[in-house]
Design a protein around this ligand. Structure first.
Ligand code: ZN
Length: 145
């Protein structure tokens, strides 16, 4: 049952991605590419005083990469950069470790099942690797390969 709910969330966010489109006045930006699947992600952030005031993304890719980016932007809006870094680490643990902690991850926990499919892990983490590039050096380009 829980898997059906998870699939519904992923489908919903891939069909109707939230926070999709360019962000005017963004002061952090990065591009991500997952050549294995062909996913692309352009991430735009407006950060002020260490807080993410606005976050949007553009791109094209599979359902997993699009829904992951959509759910990520929902989770990060209003968070501090430190909280975003923490969530990034938690998410990478979620999709790569055998026994990750899922509490406090909210809807992001839907990606827990991805770790059984190594090729899909790159789809699920693309937006997050792009986030890391955007937070650490604005204008970076990252690739999952
Ligand atoms: Zn993909």
């Amino acid at each position: 049952m829980i898997n059906e709910l998870y699939q519904e969330i992923i489908l919903d966010h891939s069909k109707r991605p939230r926070n999709f489109g360019r962000l005017e006045g963004a002061n952090r930006h990065a591009l991500g590419h997952n050549p294995l699947c062909g996913d692309r992600c352009a991430l735009f952030l407006k950060e002020r005083d260490g807080r993410i005031e606005e976050i949007r993304f553009e791109g094209s890719g599979c359902a997993i990469s699009t829904s992951s980016a959509s759910l990520m932007t929902e989770a990060l809006k209003g968070k501090t950069v430190a909280e975003a870094e923490q969530l990034l680490k938690r998410f990478l643990d979620l999709v790569t470790k055998d026994q990750p902690l899922t509490e406090d991850l909210g809807k992001l926990a839907v990606f827990a099942g991805v770790r059984e499919f190594p090729a899909r892990v790159k789809c699920a983490t693309l937006a997050w690797h792009t986030l890391r590039a955007a937070l650490r050096d604005a204008g970076g380009v990252v690739s999952t390969e």
